[in-house]
Design a protein around this ligand. Sequence first.
Ligand code: F6P
Length: 322
Amino acid sequence: MKRIAVLTSGGDSPGMNAAIRAVVRKAMFHNIEVFGVYQGYQGLINDEIKKLELGTVGDTIQRGGTFLYSARCPEFKERDVRKVGIDNLRKRGIEGLVVIGGDGSYRGAQRISEECKEIQTIGIPGTIDNDINGTDFTIGFDTALNTIIESVDKIRDTASSHARTFIIEVMGRDCGDLALWSGLSVGAESIIIPERQKDIQEIAEKIQQGIDRGKKHSIIIVAEGCMSGEECAQELTKYINVDARISVLGHIQRGGSPTGADRVLASRMGGHAVELLLNGETAKGVGIKNNQLTATSFDEIFKTSHDNIDKHMYELTDELSI
Ligand code: F6P
């Protein structure tokens, strides 16, 4: 293998730069040339592809976002459009493509490997949502989790001063991991996630019992994939008289310098992606399971819908917030 390319696609996540850096440096260590595709699949179609040097990735490991830029590109679902992108790789003699992104980005890579046998594809899970099969953690999840924790800790200060109930809406698309992990970390009174049915009346009763016991404030974390903070407040007021405040954390969760855990994960996964390409592997996503690097075929990754929720952890959050 002499030439590979790397792109970031879908919603950005902290640690993507560290993953690109690892791909570039590991490949160069093996005397492989690396090309950066700018703007994700959109840039692949528009031929925004440039050779990357060792120095291009200097001073990037600590930066959030992605210096290759990212985009959502629904047109890439069309075969004719994909052909334009594939031809842009072919004309440069690129034999391997590393795609850093989420589920949708992996699907694009799978199509490329099906339609062009000369180009191997490997996916690296880069999303704050932690919603990809074949890995315990995605790059960016830990940083987003810590951003939520920091924000909720601050909200708790004012919640406590005013004896208020706060509903905090967090990202995660259809996955409740950010809500569950942050809820446990901040000692939330209730967590609402899409993977588990939760009775709002029960939550309301729990809040009321707390107030009756002299509890001054409560924090409810709601995953966006389940309902909005606004909907949650409306539902709650059907059962209790509470003047809840709502905080939608929004895109602040996607930014910031990656945590140590994300830098390490991104570096390990980036290095592993290049090793897989060198071993002739294709159409696989890198993962981490029980702290061991893994590779799972895209077919396997897409086979089942994602549900990573740790039952014991979920139950524990309830037990600890009585
Ligand atoms: O997939 C990452 C994510 O931040 C989700 O948590 C969220 O639902 C979505 O992207 C928001 O997308 P956009 O930035 O396109 O509004």
